[in-house]
Design a protein around this ligand. Structure first.
Ligand SMILES: [Zn+2]
Ligand SMILES: [Zn+2]
Length: 401
């Protein structure tokens, strides 16, 4: 009985992770001997080659190797679906309706299925490796049940995801470093921003009294005053959509404008009560942006930009920015925290004079091309923006996978 060192996927997986067989096999007998046939592949093991002397020996090796692979991979699992990722996932499910548009709407983190595939972990090893992965932050996974370390006592599933510190930071909004680049001489720090997020949750109307609140305003003001804003030129066409049920009344021109000031967001979290008009530069992104269901009809308006408009480009500041949401409609504390900050920025922009915000659309993956979204906060209806034509479209919902 002999088993060679060539026919099992595990060797390739080890090699790809730069783990040497000798390191794993330490303490095992890798006998060098005369030629024999491999129990698994039936190939000849030639003289001078190492091999496992029997199956028990090989299984012991495999167990050790799986641990070494899982150790190496676990280093990348800073946070997971069972700790800080919970907020990200509940948010994603809630606002992007994954069940309608497939799996591409996740904008943060990496799924374990893809992760193991990237590292050439073969099908036969996948389950073994999964059981040994461990989150660095919450210890979910390998460790058995422990009230503190692994309160769920579970193992990772292939559909679980993991996240980096960077993912977690960007989920909660602003990247302080990137934000500081908007204006010379004012430096916003991540710890100030963290403190500010907690502060505005408790004191939403006093945001401007916080040091970070003042810095945010001043950075945006300086950026604006130095005319570093992004312009959207007169004559540009944009698109805007509203959905309705098939049997509901058709939309009129007026319906395609944003709700009036003070109507959209009269909540206690909104001091300004700005109403936002969302547009996209790509017509085909509309059904994704407004989360169309199979029984919806979408009215699409072509919008015309009638004078140059000044915008704050937040593409580099927020990853996966999805617009402004009225926090009163949110029941979760985490999501309120997330939106209070973006809404504060919107209020600053409004006060300073920006006409709106431009950001990268998050459904580029489903759509097959990148596109931009616009959130206009301050504009004169018909003078700055106008509606051209309306059309009704019924989309066929395509299920990815
Ligand atoms: Zn073999
Ligand atoms: Zn975790």
């Amino acid at each position: 009985m002999a088993i060679c060192l060539k026919c099992n996927d595990i060797f390739e997986s080890l090699e790809n992770l730069n783990i040497s067989i000798a390191e794993v096999a330490e303490g095992f007998t890798l006998v060098t001997s005369i030629n024999k046939l491999c129990l698994y592949c039936n190939e000849e093991i030639s003289i001078g080659e190492s091999y496992f002397k029997d199956e028990k020996n090989f299984v012991e090796f495999q167990n050790k190797a799986v641990l070494a692979i899982a150790d190496s991979l676990s280093k990348q699992i800073e946070f997971c679906s069972h700790c800080k990722g919970i907020d990200i996932e509940s948010y994603t499910y809630r606002f992007t309706k994954v069940e309608e548009y497939g799996t591409e709407t996740f904008f943060l983190g990496i799924d374990l299925e893809g992760f193991l595939r990237c590292h050439y972990i073969s099908y036969s090893l996948k389950e073994l490796v999964l059981k040994q992965l461990e989150c660095q932050y919450c210890n979910y996974g390998r460790e058995p049940y422990h009230p503190k370390h692994n309160p769920n006592g579970g193992h990772f599933e292939i559909t679980d995801r993991f996240y980096s510190q960077n993912d977690i930071d960007s989920f909660y909004g602003l990247d302080a470093k990137e934000f500081s680049k908007l204006a010379h001489g004012i430096e916003l720090h991540n710890h100030e921003l963290d403190d500010f997020k907690d502060y505005i949750f408790l004191n939403p109307l006093l945001a401007y009294r916080h040091e970070a609140g003042i810095k945010i305003f001043n950075i945006l003001k300086k950026h604006y005053d130095k005319e570093q804003f992004t312009l959207i030129k007169k004559g540009t066409s944009l698109y805007r959509g509203r959905k309705r049920k098939i049997d509901a009344k058709e939309h009129t021109m007026e319906d395609l404008w944003n709700p009036g000031e003070g109507i959209a967001s009269h909540g206690r979290y909104n001091s300004v009560g700005t109403s936002v008009l969302y547009c996209s530069d790509t017509e085909s992104s509309i059904p994704y942006e407004i989360h169309t269901s199979p029984d919806d009809v979408v009215t699409i308006a072509e919008m015309f930009v009638k004078s140059d408009l000044k915008l704050l480009d937040v593409s580099a500041l927020f990853k996966g920015f999805e617009g402004f949401i009225n926090p009163d409609s949110l029941d979760s504390k985490i999501l309120k925290k997330k939106y209070l900050l973006t809404n504060y920025i919107r209020d600053c922009c409004y006060q300073i004079g920006y006409n709106g915000i431009v950001y990268e659309g998050v459904h580029a993956g489903s759509l097959g091309n990148r596109y931009k979204n616009y959130a206009f906060v301050k504009f004169n209806k018909e003078k700055m923006l106008d509606i051209g034509t309306l059309k009704s479209v019924k989309y066929k919902v395509v299920y990815n996978q």
